[in-house]
Ligand binder design. Sequence first.
Ligand code: DON
Length: 303
Amino acid sequence: MDIQNLLDDIVGSVQPLTGQGAVADYIPSLGSVRRDQFGISLATGTGDVYSSGDADVPFSIQSISKVFALALVLARDGDSIWKRVFREPSGNPFNSLVQLEQEDGIPRNPFINAGAIVVTDRLLSISANSPSAVRELLRKESGNDSIDTDADVAISEAQHGHRNASLAHFLASYGNLENPVDSVLDAYINQCALAMSCTDLALASRFLATNGLRSDGTPLLSPPQTKRINAVMLTCGTYDAAGEFAYRVGLPGKSGVGGGIVAVVPNNCTICVWSPGLGRSGNSLAGVAALDEFTSRTGWSIF
Ligand code: DON
């Protein structure tokens, strides 16, 4: 198969979608990103990379960071995090407050904001500085030492972060945070504000397609742990659109409101797409369409 040709084709076919959808202006500095951009990169388990479109433009990874924070916590703690966060789809928006009260302060899964705040809290306890633990993993696995937090995005989210602050205080009221609310929120916001390109993210996610092996061949996760992260990505990675994403794309995937989506073809490759225009559930419109076309044309789906 000519992967390069396929990616170039996909860039052409999603073009009409790239001006559509809404940018995530609830974080004001994401509101000014041009919607007409689209990038796609594919990284094989052995490190070959194919890219097309705006694949080397850095964007705000936002909720995609939640996968890497979870991987670091599972790598260090094993299964104990599952006492503090469930792993069921929420069927609710990623920043919903209601379910948390109904379920006594245990978030539905580690990818909605409440669950990711708990995971970040744990990462803060085990690493002293959770954004830098995530950043170091991403730098190492992508081979790009210049990956960093976009300070403007972090400040912008901090100034408008009332929902996440509510979720964090709620979690604290149920005794489900180990660290002070302000430190956990600061760590979470800085992790989300990391800026990376499609190429960086496809490379950095490869451990999800290699049974947990890092780029230097050492294990980050065991094969069963890798299977489980991929399973949670499939069922919860695109929030209340996870059913539609599985139907259209048929791969584990994790989206962010910066417009990026990482998808995993287990034992084969990772794909990162990016386009800032979002659909109703906060997933990139052109990104989902691109992954739909990719799996439909290659047959590289888990189904
Ligand atoms: O906490 C937030 O609202 C953002 N920092 C991240 C949300 C996000 O990316 C949801 N994904 N589609």
